[in-house]
Design a protein around this ligand. Sequence first.
Ligand code: DGL
Length: 237
Amino acid sequence: MNQKIGILDSGIGGTTILKEIKKLLPTEDYIYYADGKNNPYGEKTPEEIYKIVEEIVKFLIQERNCKLIVIACNTATTRCMKKLKEHYPEIHFVGTVPAIKVACDNNYKHTLVLATPSTIDSERTKELIRDNKKDNQEIMLISCEGLANAIETHNQEKINSILQQVKEKIGKTPIDSIVLGCTHYPLIKEQINSFFPDVPLLDGSLGVAKEVRRQLEKHNLLNKKGNGNVEYIDSKE
Ligand code: DGL
């Protein structure tokens, strides 16, 4: 099935997901839609986010005939996935949510979740905590306004000042794992680790890649003849 896999994000963040999917599925071809024009999603209303994301989904389906759409963005997934699946029941979607399940399954006791304001405030994030956290585990949520945009625009000074604020907010609270709940954040793993040395950083990219493979297998949509080509589309151009 040589149709492409469509992947979208509000810019460069979803490339962290694309990289992982390509490792598992090197004979697929891809379209990566970077919606940098509308970055940041995480500081928009849920209605605004849905409208923007639906337009891109429609483009990837109707104009590009993608066989599966990866929402490589925690904000768009936590805010839009339920509605997208309702509106487009015939389309195969795979989303990205903060790796709270991974942290809980690995028995971390003091997990910090960093994500955009919209992801932190979403019902889906509350649901992930409800479904996975055990009584002896604590989860602290911090919304990092401006961080995804600072990463998108390579603003190192802003990145450092936001991470410094996060560190101050945590104070003396013990932290044994950090969930990177925005696909932009793995791009600055080194900086995050310089503020939080030796704390494991968790993200959902491997889980997303496995889910993409599972869906393609299940629906008989695997492509064995592609060569990992990626067509990049930048909404700013
Ligand atoms: N990379 C996205 C996420 O995973 C969105 C960041 C943004 O545009 O605010 O949440």
